[in-house]
Unconditional design. Sequence first.
Length: 468
Amino acid sequence: MAPEREPAQLALGLPELVPAGLPALEIAPEWKDQQRLWGHRFHPMCSYLASFPAALTHAFIARYSRPGDVVLDPFSGRGTTPLQACAEGRIGVGNDLNPFAHLLTAAKVEPASEAEARTRLTALRVRWAGEAEAWLTLALRVLGSPGTDGVRVPAAGSELRPGAPGADAEPVPLEVALCFAPRTFAQLLFVRSSLHLDDHVDRFLAAAITGILHGKSATYLSEVMPNTFSMAPRYVRDFVARTGFTSPERDVFGCLDAKLGRLYREPLPPVRGIALLGDARDAGDRTRTALRARGLPDRARLVVTSPPYLRVVKYGYYNWLRTWFLGFDANAIDAALDDAHHKTAYLRFLGDVLDGLREVLSDDAVLALVIGDVEADRGRKISHGIGLAGAVWEAAAEPAGYKLAGIALDDVHAGRKMTKLWGDEAGRATKLDRILILGATEAGRRRAVNGAPLPVDWEWPPRRLRAV
Ligand SMILES: C[S@@+](CC[C@H](N)C(=O)[O-])C[C@H]1O[C@@H](n2cnc3c(N)ncnc32)[C@H](O)[C@@H]1O
């Protein structure tokens, strides 16, 4: 049942944009007016598909949490919510089942200091100077004979040097070998085997390297494809065969040094957060255990998250060069994630997630779920992706005992414009995201409704931490 309308719940006169019978919650989408890179400098460390802008998380962090509160994202992706929360003095907790997402989140909320990162980079440079010849010889042999039956290289994080016992651990996929100039490739093989992803400094450097692995400018280590995501391996093989493309020589240490310069333009977030690896269905329990182990408050007051979209993104496949560098198995990632559900299974999954979160939520917790509308399923138009937020409320959130504050629109103006242009078609034609705003209890719902009209300070970096 839809709760009674309260002052902040304004009917927008757009019944097709907010599912029938459900209240709209007017939160001005001011995040749309901010600069593309608004927020802490660590956010753009590496591109990540379907990430939301830091400014969007700020709209909720500023309204619905105070410094010292725990802010949780059970589907943290590249760590946007937990990083922005830490940058604003909250305890940001991010959980994701994708090890690549976990690495990016951990790098941002448990970062290396600039001194630590630069000291480690210098140590790597010095070691490289002594070992360059052996790695270059290995790289040239791989480039001459890549692929499954080709020359083998040390595993990621193995610390093994070429020629050492066990150093012939794995072959290099042809499409990986095609991406780099020989010396760049040799340096990458060296760095890949040297970095330990369970060490916070090495993890920070590894995450920074994933951000410069490929892209179309001199700041990137390979120019074979754009930065956003990896082109299909077959496309890369065909493209190189057809055009004879070779990537320009790039110095990994120089490019990483420049990347660190960009990342450290702003001080570290004042608060350290927590990055957890695991299924969102158990994120409540995992989060509570982790918070208690650190002696921190063990309830989250705010959740800002965007669950996986319906059958849209394959995080392993679209990041195969990054997963190779990190030593992760792209196929195993795609097999594990819940990105491939049809609607019924998806709603059941979200119901389980919301059920599992209850134990870690404070009584007055507010949840903002950004639900992306999906127009097509692998090229075929679908109708059930539209208005998904309403279905999530009815089939997943209400049965788990949450209270509905309302549905906010990601872009009210675009919605109005589309309605004018397309009339009744607007609901079906738009790619508008809807943000489902819930309270853990009635107290949370009231807090969500009462906080909606509060003004938000958009100055970044902020003059002082906001307390609402
Ligand atoms: C839309 S993305 C979130 C992006 C994030 N808001 C950001 O700004 O980067 C959804 C995330 O859900 C993760 N995911 C998929 N299935 C999961 C599961 N069962 N448990 C936890 N995370 C999962 C994916 O790895 C992906 O990072």
